[in-house]
Write a protein that binds this ligand. Structure first.
Ligand SMILES: *[C@@H]1O[C@H](CO)[C@@H](O)[C@H](O)[C@H]1NC(C)=O
Ligand SMILES: *[C@@H]1O[C@H](CO)[C@@H](O)[C@H](O)[C@H]1NC(C)=O
Ligand SMILES: [Zn+2]
Length: 460
């Protein structure tokens, strides 16, 4: 049959190959119909659908967001559980089981609530998820942080359809009330037995948009201290110049606080420190005066005055020396000012439960950090210098337990619009973020420390 000189040999070959070829074609078709290519437009539609659910504080529609997330989970065969540690405050937990349950798991956290918005100051209604001509999706939560929650899910959808199987279990938590402190959501989850049983080894949570081409990674955050100082002094006629009035006493403190504020701000302006690395102090209120039917009594110097400050303390700061400064310079008893530690409206520790600074190591000593950087670069992303988150996130509840928690929201070339009017995210940027998470989840869920068949959480 394959004799040399046979002129119809090629034809003959083709005839033999045809059935094989059609078999391949058939296989190819079956394959692509069981593993459909993800249609970007339906990915965007799902994002819009999530954005359109009004989960604004103070009355978030958690029923709707829970139903949505659970239905998304079902569509990609993830296990789901809803826990109400506090009634009406659902924590939705999804699980993609890993093949080796002895390995600590990965937790991908996001909050479902958003801050309120002043609808009239937006160009498009904040729950319309309107897409403009440039592909910008306008909605409250488009940056903070419904994008991230759904990107986790979309990345898993893609990984599943590519046939990837995780070694470590991957959990997704969708938690309520981050925007009002997280006490009914992430804090309760972190303290729960449910959480202990998850054997979490690393947590990813939110970061911030980056106006440059570099992704931003956060390894800690500043602790909020809300301070109220009060002054008393003899009251007096408005015409009299005398020492030690309540307002004069308070103003000495305010001057001192403002000098400190300027010294910290100067470090940022000089480029010596980043925003998250200094102690910020901003006055939140000033309360003084004797009310009258038309406003305030004008010819009377009041006997009491108070001021409130929002202070943010980075984990690198020395809290004792700040407390000393408050007691000796900002609210000294010698000036008839009152201040006690218990008078803080809120004072979050800069240490974790074992007394270590509330930080996640941002270098190669932490395999999760190194893996994350590598996975982002592999997906074509660039990375800026590790940062301290200037405000608070739910990540602190996980860091308090001593767990590594990294803040990351994959948005580059994007203005920082969280809590602002006209918050938006570009759809191409959203889709790119899914690819970035695909790379990260793949790396994290496959990670086995070198030379160790057995690992305990402590060793990670
Ligand atoms: C503190 O209050 C006392 C009692 O009212 C007063 O005699 C004293 O002058 C005040 N000192 C200052 C520094 O305001
Ligand atoms: C891993 O740990 C288990 C339980 O401690 C033990 O039975 C097993 O032999 C260990 N495997 C290896 C490869 O060390
Ligand atoms: Zn947020």
């Amino acid at each position: 049959m394959e004799n040399a000189g046979n002129s119809d040999r090629p034809n003959h070959h083709w005839r033999r190959l045809l059935p094989l070829l059609s078999l391949f074609l058939l296989l190819g078709l079956t394959n692509s119909s069981s593993l459909p290519q993800e249609d970007p437009s339906s990915t965007i539609t799902r994002f819009q659908e999530y954005l359109q659910i009004n989960t604004a504080q103070p009355n978030p529609d958690y029923k709707k967001s829970t139903d949505f997330i659970v239905s998304q989970a079902k569509s990609i065969s993830l296990e789901s559980q809803t826990h109400e540690f506090v009634e009406g405050k659902p924590v939705v937990l999804l699980k993609w089981p890993g093949s080796d349950p002895s390995l600590p798991s990965i937790l991908l956290n996001s909050h479902t609530d958003v801050v309120p918005s002043e609808h009239s100051k937006w160009n498009h209604h904040p729950f319309s998820a309107h897409i403009d001509g440039q592909g910008n999706i306008y909605a409250r939560g488009s940056q903070d942080m419904k994008c991230v929650g759904l990107q986790y899910l979309e990345a898993i959808r893609k990984l599943k359809s590519s046939g990837f199987e995780p070694k470590r279990s991957v959990y997704l938590s969708f938690v309520p009330d981050e925007e009002i402190g997280g006490h009914t959501g992430a804090e309760k989850l972190a303290e729960s037995d449910v959480f202990k049983n998850m054997n979490v080894g690393v947590v990813l949570d939110e970061g911030l948009a980056s106006p440059t081409e570099n992704y931003r990674l956060f390894f800690g955050e500043r602790s909020p201290w809300w301070l109220v100082i009060k002054a008393t002094g003899a009251p007096g006629h408005g015409a009299k110049l005398y020492d030690n009035s309540a307002l004069e006493n308070l103003f000495k403190s305010i001057e001192s606080i403002r000098r400190f504020r300027a010294s910290q701000f100067d470090l940022i302006k000089a480029g010596l420190k980043a925003e998250g690395e200094v102690i910020s102090v901003n006055m939140a209120f000033l309360k003084a005066g004797t009310p009258s039917p038309t406003g305030f009594v004008m010819n009377l110097q009041p006997s009491e005055a108070a001021a409130g400050f929002d202070i943010r303390v980075p984990p690198s700061a020395d809290p004792q020396s700040l407390e000393k400064r408050i007691a000796e310079e900002w609210a000294p008893a010698s000036r008839n000012m009152t201040f006690e530690l218990g008078q803080f409206k809120q004072k979050v520790s800069v240490y974790d439960d074992s007394g270590r600074p509330l930080l996640t190591a941002p270098d190669s000593s932490n395999p999760w950090w190194a893996l994350l950087e590598e996975a982002i670069r592999k997906a074509g992303g660039k990375i800026g210098k590790p940062e301290i988150f200037p405000a608070s996130t739910d990540a602190r509840y996980f860091r308090l337990l001593g767990l590594p928690a990294i803040g990351f929201s994959p948005m580059v070339n994007t203005p920082i619009l969280l809590h602002d009017h006209n918050e938006f995210l570009n759809q191409a940027e959203y889709l790119k973020g899914i690819d970035i998470y695909e790379s990260i989840i793949k790396a994290y869920a496959s990670y086995i420390p070198q030379g160790r068949a057995n690992v305990s959480k402590d060793e990670l």
